[in-house]
Design a protein around this ligand. Sequence first.
Ligand SMILES: [Zn+2]
Length: 228
Amino acid sequence: MKQLRDWWQALEQLLFRVASPCGLCREHPSLPLGACRVCLDSLAIGWEERKMNGYSCFSLFPYQGFGRDVIHHMKFQRGYEIATTLGLFLGLAAREEPKLAKVDVLVPVPLSQGRLEKRGFNQATILADTMKEVWKRPVCSNVLRTRETETQSGLSLTRRKHNLHGAFAMLPGFDFRNKYCLIVDDVITSGSTFYAVARLIEDYGGIPMGVFAARTEILRSDQDAEEL
Ligand SMILES: [Zn+2]
């Protein structure tokens, strides 16, 4: 965390401040990173690695307080602007993370077609596409969500796993063998969505890892984090 903050401060000193509004609150002028100082402080950013069933997962801020509000707004209001702002943060952080240097491809967690049409965009895809801008890694969109799943909100861990069983499939056209695949999503909670995609990638010979804007405590029973 300290390393990242130091790096940001150095960047701020190097670059001119721009007059465009903050991509998260639109209330204050943005720093060159696309968000204002107030929002950056409120997010309580701390780059963290955790092992989820042996997979390396990285995340940027806690899914609580302001961080939780930002994720909700990304899904329901001004989603595109917030997702590109968070995608920039993630891309810069991932680029600086030595353990991610071997990543070959970014794999956004897909939405079902129905949910995509309803929302108009997939926030995970926008995060990955923006990461690609600053961290030159290709985006692979060959993972599909094959059916609607019940909302994960409020489901037990067992129900979540059952709910996601067989919910993802792979389109042909990309050779995953021995490729380090960084699965991208907005929030990690129980990890059940991540595991489902990770196992699919493993079935095709890839080596999954994960990166998320926000995180909750492991095994916490979340009320409304994933799959909103
Ligand atoms: Zn702000």
